[in-house]
Design a protein around this ligand. Sequence first.
Ligand code: SAM
Length: 291
Amino acid sequence: MSLHNDNWFTEANEQTGIAFSLRLTKKLHEEQSPYQLITIYDTKEFGKLMALDGLYMVTDRDNFIYHEMMSHTALFAHPNPRTVVIIGGGDCGTLREVLKHPTVEHAIQIEIDERVTRVSEQYFPVLCESNHDPRAQLLFEDGIKWMAAAADQSCDVIIIDSTDPIGPAEGLFNEKFYRECRRVLATDGILIQQSESPLLHLPLLKSIHTAMRKAGFTATRTLHFPQCIYPSGWWSATLASHEDVTQFRVNSTPSFDTRYYNAQIHTASFALPTFVTETLRDCENTPQLSE
Ligand code: SAM
């Protein structure tokens, strides 16, 4: 739920009893797309802000943390990422980071709501600067349907950069969808999904690990990073692969500039607090249902 008076935009979350506010200078745009309410504000300290259905999505000031951690951890853990699939990602910040990797030959982004991308092109042009890269393919459809129709072993990395597991994104957080991702990934492929807050959403985090393992992934690991505008300011992503060998260790280091990600952060981000490791411990013994 969002509240805003003339000066503040507040995302208030009834379930967690948490609210976060940014001081506004003005509202720049608002429209109801076929999927969600898209609002753009100018803020006093965080630059431009995009909200979807009243929930913080992206700001000029802190989006680099999320977009770098959602892309470089998986791509630098993979030996040779050439084809990358992004589900969601409509603001295009993740796509921009993926295309910084010289090994990437094809980056396919499947975003259900074209209006998110068109509005982002207008208000977040830097995030969209790679949209016309010849390696980029922007599709506007349901990622669930796209994955079900995708060819076996046809990509190296899948990045699920979706909204919270409600509405159209709900079907991106279950065993059925992870099975399709596993089929579409090459045998050394890596899946990474934004997996909400370790502090506020631990049961969901556990269910993601359990569902990924039931879907046949043999290695699942969560990393974490700060993300000021999301509930609790502490966010996570969960990686999965067929083979334990990678354990998602960093394979190589950036030949391009980053502002948050580096090899030390890569390694350190997988170090989890005790309350999280204790919750996730028995996921490792999740029986994998037969094919
Ligand atoms: N960084 C944000 C976060 O962590 O909440 C997500 C960024 S991006 C704006 C999220 C996108 O996922 C939205 O544009 C939304 O339209 C898209 N999305 C939700 N469900 C989808 C689905 N089933 N297929 C494709 N895109 C979907």
